[in-house]
Write a protein that binds this ligand. Structure first.
Ligand code: FES
Length: 152
């Protein structure tokens, strides 16, 4: 049986009916067509599904959508200001912080949280904070450079 759920996603209010075991990731991708958030492992291991819930980063594959009633969700689609990239998006472009790009939305959502939460003071601290976001192409050095640029 579906349950009612209210969410604000990227500034837009939604009233939904959701099957209780639907993950936030599947709700975003499959019901709302917000496919910028990626499914890598669906298991909490890769970080591709990272979004913000009330400003905190969350692996959306690990949490049920109904847990977030009344909350504000930000996905990669909500980061830019119209045509203007978010500074972290611009820094990833400038520093080639991606190769295939599959992990990039999750990397950027984590990177924004990294700076906002004050975990970007050193390369070691950045790498520690970002350790839940796996990049199979190995773009880590460039990702760190992008984060450092935004931090400074
Ligand atoms: Fe959620 Fe991998 S898809 S952590």
């Amino acid at each position: 049986e579906k349950v009612p759920l209210k969410l604000e996603i990227n500034g837009k209010k939604y009233k939904l009916d959701v099957e209780p075991r639907t993950t936030l990731l599947d709700l975003l991708r499959e019901q709302l067509n917000l496919t910028g958030t990626k499914k890598g492992c669906d298991y909490g291991q890769c970080g591709a599904c990272t979004v913000h819930v009330d400003g905190q980063r969350v692996n959306s594959c690990l949490s049920f959508a109904v847990m977030h009633d009344g909350k504000k969700i930000t996905t990669i689609e909500g980061l830019a200001d119209g045509d203007k990239l978010h500074p972290m998006q611009a820094a990833f472009v400038k520093h080639d912080g991606f190769q295939c790009g599959y992990c990039t939305p999750g990397q950027i959502m984590s990177a924004v949280a990294c700076v906002r939460e004050g975990h970007a003071d050193s390369e070691a601290e950045i790498r520690e904070y970002m350790s839940g976001n796996i990049c199979r192409c190995g773009a880590y050095t460039n990702i760190v450079a992008a984060i450092q640029e935004v931090k400074n």
